[in-house]
Design a protein around this ligand. Sequence first.
Ligand code: C2E
Ligand code: MG
Ligand code: MG
Ligand code: MG
Length: 279
Amino acid sequence: QVKDSGRNGYRFFDSSMSHGVQRKLLMDSRLRKALNNNELELHYQPIVELASGKIIAVEALMRWHDAELGFVSPTEFIPLAERTGVINQLGEQALRQACINAQAWQSIAPISVAVNFSSVQFRQCEPLLMKIERILSSTGLDPKRLDIEVTESLLISESGELRQTLQQLQALGPQLSIDDFGTGYSALSYLQRFSFNKLKIDRSFLQHMEHNEPDQALVKAILAMAAALDLKVVAEGIEAQWQADFLTKHQCQFGQGYLYSKPLPAEEFEALLRQQTPL
Ligand code: C2E
Ligand code: MG
Ligand code: MG
Ligand code: MG
């Protein structure tokens, strides 16, 4: 921290910051290259019916291993892709790959595939809608088997156009899920104005629930509200049996988390699906 005599007053010198900026610049160019070379890969995490443990759906999650940067978490490269705009290309690749795999898996079991969509992708509503329609028809996946996951951040600046787009999307067949429920800053009234099919309880609510009355009350309240609004619920981040027991006891039907499986490469997920499905 050095006092600068210039007009800007103080200037901060921080070696870790410049390193961070360098890493971002490198990451940006490596990510564009990886997208152009189709180097990103989806992993698949089972979504189970809690009562039976049966896989009823799967969430597609992007994975990126870069030769120079090593493994980069989506919590790092997704926000970067959103800032630079390459999220549109990334999202399209994710959707196409997820639909191709899910279509192939229909011969094993009638599972749905959940794909994450960034709010940024909805800035161009009309092209997005057409892209989704095109990918569904070219891959042959039954549109009813696609779950589109969006976060509350999409609904903050809600417009008539967005509402119409989401309706048109559902008219094509896909289900709409609200991801990371409860962590955004949207007013709950969006639940009346949009017709979501599913709500995913963020794992932060489950984490400290044991011996924690207020957290348990909150999860129970979310489940009661979802039931009243006729929304299906998926609990995210189930790691322990007591969490699954609590959720089942309070009528939560579906869940995903390390207790059941981590996200897996496509072939490993397929093997797991075959294993639980009698021939
Ligand atoms: P998300 O959509 O909420 O996905 C769930 C995240 O929780 C995944 O992290 C998953 O690996 C992790 N998870 C699942 N079960 C457990 C558990 O029991 N314990 C713990 N600690 N974690 C668990 P991941 O794969 O790192 O992805 C992070 C986020 O990145 C996703 O959160 C999603 O918002 C975003 N993301 C990933 N792939 C895509 C994509 O293709 N497109 C977009 N737009 N976003 C993506
Ligand atoms: Mg998700
Ligand atoms: Mg989530
Ligand atoms: Mg998340």
